[in-house]
Design a protein around this ligand. Structure first.
Ligand SMILES: Nc1nc2c(c(=O)[nH]1)N[C@H]1C(S)=C(S)[C@@H](COP(=O)(O)O)O[C@H]1N2
Ligand SMILES: [Mo]
Length: 235
């Protein structure tokens, strides 16, 4: 398996290199270079998907390893984090699922919960260890009768942010719809009332303030993904 994908890597890598030379793009030709880089990144997604082991767990840490204060990050400053009304909150479910009924926070809290102390790694060059607790996304998807053979699970947030992950990662045991941070409900800045915690991917693949979960076969992209960050971004 590893040999095949490595061979695949070199063959595809070489042919991509050849394409780059043959197309004769010069440094002025931004769109041609851009196209090649996008193709390479999507190909990189496929290799990462091939190598992803749905049973391999991300490292977990001890309570004394938890980073305090935990850093905040978003595409806006901390005081602009979107305030979602907890009582009115209804998580929307759409796409390739049998049951599109929305979920209140109580509905989510009645589901099985798991905890994890894991490391969050941001592409901007920092990492921190935190504790999150919530519903395994696999349990949630099972419950709404999601098409588990679909390619993507996507997320829409209260702040225009959006992201999506591959189905094997969505079904990974450490991928959770997190409701708690440490012992408390998720604070505003860390994604209240609910965020995706996925410790097998980079920080930007952990959307906060989630309003909608959907299952799809059409590539949903993401806020940073559509601006060039590699979509799979596995660790
Ligand atoms: N809704 C939303 N989710 C988001 C972001 C955002 O801007 N909006 N930023 C992402 C990035 S780049 C990082 S590193 C983490 C930061 O999460 P934290 O504030 O809990 O540390 O949230 C991710 N999820
Ligand atoms: Mo990030």
């Amino acid at each position: 398996m590893e040999n095949i994908s490595r061979r695949l890597f070199f063959r595809q890598g070489l042919s991509l290199g050849a394409v780059t030379m043959l197309s004769g793009c010069n440094l002025q030709d931004d769109t041609a270079i851009d196209k090649v880089l996008w193709v390479m990144s999507r190909w990189n997604d496929r290799v990462q998907a091939l190598l992803f082991d749905g049973n391999r767990l991300a490292p977990t840490y001890r309570p004394e390893d938890i980073t305090d204060p935990f850093p905040f990050n978003a595409f806006y400053p901390e005081d602009s984090a979107p305030e979602v009304d907890l009582l009115d909150y209804r998580l929307q479910v759409s796409g390739l699922v049998d049951n599109k009924a929305s979920w209140s926070l109580d509905d989510l809290r009645r589901m099985p919960q798991v905890s994890q102390i894991t490391q969050h790694i941001c592409i901007e060059g920092w990492s921190a260890i935190g504790e999150w607790r919530g519903v395994p996304l696999s349990v949630f998807l099972q419950h709404v009768g999601a098409d588990m053979t679909a390619k993507y699970v996507g997320f829409k947030c209260a702040d225009r942010y959006y992201s999506s992950i591959d189905m094997p990662t969505a079904l990974h045991p450490q991928t959770i719809l997190a409701l708690d941070f440490g012992k408390d409900p998720l604070p505003l800045k860390y994604g209240s009332p609910m965020k995706l915690r996925v410790p097998t991917k980079l920080g930007f693949k952990n959307p906060k303030h989630i309003l909608e979960v959907f299952v799809a076969n059409d590539y949903p992209g993401g806020y940073w993904e559509d601006q060039g960050y590699n979509w799979f971004s596995g660790l």
